[in-house]
Design a protein around this ligand. Structure first.
Ligand code: FE2
Ligand code: FE2
Length: 362
């Protein structure tokens, strides 16, 4: 293969004789008289190999090497150094040169060997980088695939839970999207908002474990039935707990949202929400009776969004309320059922909330 070889030296005779050597090896020599010309040639012809002198007018070899390295880390640069000036050669190597050969260059074999050796080094560097880039690309693709699969599983699970009284599955999408809007409004980080968007749809996954006779009962539930209905929070928590994880004995003792950078943060948050989305601000909710800010904020947000959305939707046991009634119920529940700060965020973002309702209509 014929290579572009850049020769930078202020001595014309040396340039010429080196160029002859290069031509004899079937490569194409390009000549420059100082570092500055060398940099121009570098940008213009993208050489495969560079020989550079050290002491030159205008721009010396050290500066050329340092500057060339900024844009061409894998380019073989070999210094032509005067005999006995090992110190200079070492300084050039520190600046980024790979090798040096003593001047005058009289031995064809030495030149050829230097070329071959440094081209090999360049090849290895390039292959190594390409291999690394390929691996990184593979990891990126696989990670994206995993993430997609995980989200699909999550949404399917959420849909399955609400399928019996909300066949389109849009309720859980509205809840996720609206929760993300409110989360941003109360100041949660972008990452936590995204986690919430994807975790919130699983809030009622525990309903899978509630018998149809109770879940689909058109009339009022008896107190016993109601107690069973309430267990969907704990069942949801358990469904979302990995089978190899040892659950805590007291679920109510761990009322805090997981760190958003924790491994499996999505499932952990979904678990938290499943467990606490029926807590109430004044402490009269279930299953734990947590009060105020002891309830994780993500769960407080889902509570508001879920109630609002359910009020405005038709269910087996009820008609849809009109928008005014839904909003009035939210206002009336502020400070008792709902976190006032979340309600404030809700009304401050009512346009975005309504847009989500429109886009994901049943
Ligand atoms: Fe629920
Ligand atoms: Fe729901």
């Amino acid at each position: 293969m014929s290579l572009n070889v850049l020769i930078i030296d202020d001595e014309e005779f040396l340039r010429r004789s080196l160029a002859d050597f290069i031509e004899d090896l079937d490569h194409r020599p390009h000549l420059a008289a100082n570092g500055q010309e060398g940099l121009r040639a570098l940008a213009a012809i993208h050489p495969d190999f560079v020989f550079v002198d050290l002491n030159m007018p205008v721009m010396d070899g050290y500066e050329f090497i340092a500057r060339a390295r900024e844009t061409a880390p894998e380019l073989p640069i070999v210094v032509l150094s005067g005999v006995g000036l090992v110190e200079d050669a070492m300084r050039a190597v520190r600046a980024g040169a790979w090798d040096f050969i003593p001047k005058p260059v009289t031995d064809f074999a030495v030149l050829e060997h230097t070329l071959t050796k440094n081209l090999e080094r360049a090849r290895l560097l390039r292959e190594n980088r390409e291999h690394r880039e390929h691996l990184e690309e593979m990891v990126r693709i696989r990670t994206a695939e995993l993430e997609r699969t995980r989200l699909e599983v999550v949404h399917t699970l959420g849909k399955a839970a609400e399928y019996r009284d909300n066949e389109t599955g849009n309720h859980v999408i509205r809840v996720g999207n609206t929760a993300a809007v409110l989360a941003a409004a109360v100041g949660l980080s972008e990452r936590r908002c995204e986690l919430l968007r994807n975790a919130a749809p699983m809030h009622d996954v525990g309903k899978i474990g509630i018998p149809d006779s109770i879940l689909l009962k058109p009339g009022r539930l008896t107190p016993e039935e109601w107690e069973i209905m309430k267990t969907h929070t704990r069942i949801g928590y358990e469904i979302l707990t990995p089978s190899d994880a040892q659950g805590p004995d007291d679920l109510c003792g761990l009322a805090q949202a997981p760190a958003s950078d924790a491994p499996n943060a999505l499932l952990a948050l979904a678990r938290t929400i499943a467990l606490y989305h029926h807590e109430r601000w004044d402490g009269t909710g279930y299953p734990c009776g947590l009060v105020g800010e002891a309830i994780p904020v993500e769960a407080r947000i889902v509570t508001v969004v879920d109630v609002y959305d359910a009020l405005g939707s038709e269910r087996t046991y009820k008609e849809a309320f009109d928008e005014d009634t839904c909003r009035r119920i939210l206002r009336e529940g502020t400070g008792t059922h709902f976190d006032p700060r979340v309600i404030e965020a809700f009304f401050a973002n009512i346009d975005a909330v309504m847009a989500i309702r429109r886009n994901w209509r049943d």
